[in-house]
Design a protein around this ligand. Structure first.
Ligand code: SF4
Ligand code: SF4
Length: 429
């Protein structure tokens, strides 16, 4: 195998070794080791491409796994290094070149290959987890499998079936009057945060949109791309384009209430650039993708008066990495919160630092994930806020678990939930 095919070698040459990214990197902050920094990882990628370091070097593989792909390093890099893309290529080649243990391969096949791409299997997996949590089986499993206890403890509490009800598109009374918007429900979000999806739909309706969702679509492939399976990520990207375009043609905006997914879907053009069949269509699709916050900030009419819901106290907003670093979207969520009359918003120090969620990272490396969260907890306490708002289900999960560990009574809400509750005649999410 050509060693240069193992990493994005050309991109690695952009790094000028200035070190400006080091202080922003959560893993470097934990270890202080150059190998755990963006610059160190790029150095190792380049060494692998030049044949100076074997691709199965244990430190190299460990550092690929240790990185959260939070992309904070990209925001501060003066050379414009696209670290997220480099990491996806490096992880993909690492997975292909060096098989993990049978148990890990089985877990990856089950989670990434079977459950996430299927709406039905994701729902059944959550049903199982729901029963295990309610009967105490999950606690028993954590006691019997001490090595997995951290990950098991990090599994979220699965909501009841009633709370997991999906958004159903409302019939159009005056045919064709309102322009449509496609709302991505996603894979895990409908099972764990269905209230946020329903709230997103309500807010889009307040924007004057007819909201369309797909009952057959499950996963956009973001988790696959971030975890070294670009082949499956490309398959899921084409499936996503087909299924969402089937709803309302190829000119309708695609609104995504999950920052990790919106960042990934905006990059479909790049992901499929070498595919002669899909390349053009993927670029067109990607141009129509908007994160929920940027879309609503643009489209919510000025005359819609938002009033803070009863019981919502001081609020602080935590930037999702893939929204601020991945998409450069920082102002719209804050603007929207500031539009809510009576809402008191305070800034969270270090709001652009990663919370340690990073997709399935919190399950794979619970100890590191929790250690990274501790800085956020200290910053949150300093705000005196009773509500933490974010725009990404993974971050919501991390905050739920982190606040529960600290016995905090603070609420964690998706931006859409704050806005839906503030709408003039909100029926409640
Ligand atoms: S993506 Fe995040 S964790 Fe990874 S090297 Fe960059 S700053 Fe560090
Ligand atoms: S900031 Fe950019 S150029 Fe500087 S060391 Fe980090 S990755 Fe390299």
């Amino acid at each position: 195998m050509d060693p240069q095919s193992l990493v994005d070698y050309a991109a690695s040459l952009d790094c000028i070794h200035c070190g400006l990214c080091l202080r922003t990197c959560p893993t470097y902050q934990l270890t202080g080791a150059e190998s755990s920094s963006p610059r160190g990882r790029i150095y190792m990628m380049r060494a692998v491409a030049e044949g100076a370091l074997p691709a199965n070097d244990p430190t190299y593989r460990e550092e690929l796994d240790f990185c959260l792909v939070c992309r904070h390093c990209e925001s501060v890099c003066p050379a414009g290094v696209r670290f997220g893309e480099m990491m996806e290529v490096a992880r993909d080649s690492s997975e292909r070149a060096h098989a993990r243990t049978i148990l890990v391969r089985l877990a990856r096949w089950l989670g990434l290959g079977v459950v996430l791409p299927s709406r039905w299997w994701t729902a059944r997996a959550m049903d199982l987890l729901f029963v295990a949590q309610r009967t105490g089986l999950a606690r028993l499993a954590a006691r019997c499998l001490p090595r997995a206890a951290g990950s098991l403890a990090h599994f979220p509490k699965v909501p009841t079936w009633r709370e997991r009800r999906r958004w159903l598109s409302r019939p159009e009374t005056t045919a064709g009057e309102r322009p449509a918007a496609v709302l991505l429900e996603g894979c895990v979000m409908p099972e764990l945060f269905a209230a946020a999806t329903r709230a997103s739909a309500q807010v889009l309706e307040a924007c004057g949109r007819r909201v369309l969702t797909s009952s057959s679509h499950a996963c956009c492939g973001a988790l696959h791309a971030h975890n070294g399976d670009l082949k499956r990520a490309r398959e899921l990207a084409t499936q996503t384009i087909e299924r969402l375009d089937a709803l309302a043609g190829d000119s309708t905006p695609i609104v995504v209430p999950s920052a990790g997914c919106s960042a990934h879907m905006k990059a479909y053009g790049k992901l499929l650039e070498d595919d002669p069949v899909w390349s053009k269509r993927a670029s067109n699709f990607a141009r129509r993708v908007a994160d929920f916050s940027e879309f609503v900030a643009r489209e919510l009419p000025a005359q819609v008066r938002l009033e803070v819901a009863a019981g919502v106290g001081r609020v602080t907003y935590d930037d999702a990495c893939h929204l601020c670093h991945g998409q450069g979207v920082r102002t719209p969520p804050r603007q929207l919160l500031d539009r809510v009359h009576g809402l008191q918003r305070v800034e969270l120090e270090g709001s652009e630092d990663c919370c340690g969620s990073a997709g399935i990272y919190s399950l794979l490396r619970p100890a590191d994930s929790q250690a990274i969260f501790e800085r956020k907890w200290i910053a949150f306490q300093a705000t005196g806020a009773s509500v933490l708002v974010t725009a990404n289900p993974g971050c919501q999960l991390q905050w739920h678990c982190g606040l529960a560990r600290h016995a905090s009574q603070a609420q964690v809400l998706h931006l859409s939930q704050v806005l839906a509750a503030a709408l003039p005649t909100s029926p409640g999410a």
